[in-house]
Write a protein that binds this ligand. Structure first.
Ligand code: MN3
Length: 204
């Protein structure tokens, strides 16, 4: 068994003009594909690790053999993080969540706008390459954090629900140094139905 690049649920040009087709094609077809390839290569001699979902390995990095722990953290993180990133965007995205996720955002942040500001600020102020996240604990408590490189809240015992890629490769072709414009555009392609589904699954 090996890890595989998940197909997108939309075409490369489906998120235009906010996320341009050329960036999406390179980001998914080259960057994410390389994380999958490097992860599989690193674990070639560790078939017992390859049998696990990548989320399971990232949730317990201490249990991964020393020789491949950094490869799993970097390339496995790259695989898992991008898989969530693609899955939580959609051409008809944007707006606000409903249901239990909306109630939890109200409870933990005091409202959607405050949550949005907090996540945007984490994304814009994160120094260097990384990700901004909405994650949940198993009892549904939400928090916003950023992580560096390909680190994931999974490794801190949390369930990632929504993530924003702030590596330059995610936006440089279209937005160059204007990370704030990328962050503002991304909110309009967030698939809240999928994020809410993951929240309910995390608590069930
Ligand atoms: Mn990326």
């Amino acid at each position: 068994m090996v890890y595989e690049l998940p197909p997108l649920k939309y075409s490369y040009d489906a998120l235009e003009p906010l996320l341009d087709a050329r960036t999406l094609e390179i980001h998914h077809g080259k960057h994410h594909a390389a994380y999958v390839k490097n992860l599989n290569a690193a674990l070639e001699s560790y078939p017992e690790q390859l049998a696990n979902p990548i989320e399971a390995l990232l949730s317990d990095l201490d249990a991964v053999p020393d020789a491949v722990r950094l490869a799993v953290r970097n390339h496995g993180g790259g695989h898992a993080n991008h898989s969530l990133f693609w899955a939580t965007m959609a051409p008809d995205g944007g707006g606000m969540p409903g249901g239990s996720l909306a109630k939890a955002i109200e409870k933990d942040f005091g409202g959607f706008d405050t949550f949005k500001d907090q996540l945007s600020t984490k994304a814009m102020k994160h120094f260097g390459s990384g990700w901004a996240w909405l994650s949940s604990d198993t009892s549904g408590g939400l928090s916003v954090v950023s992580t560096s490189n390909q680190d994931t809240p999974l490794s801190f015992g949390r369930v990632p629900l929504l993530t924003l890629d702030v590596w330059e490769h995610a936006y440089y072709l279209k937005y160059q140094n204007r990370r704030a414009d990328w962050v503002a555009a991304w909110w309009n392609v967030v698939d809240w139905g999928e994020v809410a589904r993951r929240y309910e699954e995390a608590m069930s």
